[in-house]
Design a protein around this ligand. Structure first.
Ligand code: DC
Length: 217
């Protein structure tokens, strides 16, 4: 069974997706982490974000694995190396939306995501899971929240990772990514017509997870 979770940055998708997957005993696939891992590879190879032919060449040969750990955390493995922390850095966040709008990059990563979904019961989160990657997913959710709450959540998350960020910069980054993710030509962020829309603005993580479980069972 596939559970698709989409929504904008900072809405709390990954947190609830991870908890839901653990509760259900499903595999958790963080598709945003895959776009981030490829972005890291591009920067490490000194390839310009505008150089689509070289980016496509890197995308064709990249190996990205997602490991679900026993404690519920996720390890992101890029070509055999654990990059779970590195992909959360500001330099990756700054460029990832530009990488994610390249059509051929999306084709390669979507194919990987579909393969992962074939391994068994799966919760996937991203921007296009219910609309493009698994349009036939058994359950689809669109997780949203007000802009202010999303900025606040992302700010706290980055602080929790030990990053010295200013809330103004988080706000700017979120607005910029919202714009690129929802206006790009290839698979823009959309709520699938058959998705359950949940506004998490005034809700705790537990309340959101309970709501979702209610729709799944
Ligand atoms: O969820 P996140 O912030 O880790 O995602 C990073 C970027 O990747 C985000 O700006 C949009 C892009 N993305 C995407 O285009 N499609 C997905 N399925 C997941 C993420």
């Amino acid at each position: 069974m596939i559970i698709a979770i989409d929504g904008p940055a900072g809405a709390g998708k990954s947190t609830v997706a991870r908890i839901l997957a653990k509760k259900l005993g499903f595999l958790y696939v963080d598709t945003g982490a895959m776009y981030r891992a490829l972005t890291l590879k591009i920067l490490e190879n000194n390839v310009a974000i505008s150089d689509e032919p070289r980016i496509n060449a890197l995308a064709q040969k990249v190996r990205i694995d997602l490991r679900n750990n026993a404690d519920g955390s996720l390890s992101v493995i890029l070509d055999g190396r654990d990059v779970s922390l590195e992909i959360r850095q500001a330099r990756i966040t700054q460029f990832v939306s530009d990488v994610a709008k390249i059509k051929t990059v999306r084709q390669v990563l979507v194919a990987m995501q579909r393969d992962m979904g074939k391994r068994g019961d799966c919760v996937l989160d991203g921007r296009d899971i219910g609309t493009v990657v698994f349009p036939d997913a058994r359950k689809k959710f669109f997780i949203d929240a007000s802009k202010g709450v999303r900025v606040d959540r992302r700010f706290k998350e980055l602080k929790g990772l030990g990053q010295d960020v200013a809330i103004n910069d988080v706000e700017k980054d979120l607005s910029n990514r919202d714009k690129i993710d929802s206006t790009r030509e290839a698979s823009p962020l959309r709520c699938a017509p058959d998705a359950v829309y949940i506004d998490t603005t005034g809700l705790s993580i537990e309340q959101v997870v309970d709501k979702m479980l209610g729709f799944i069972k």
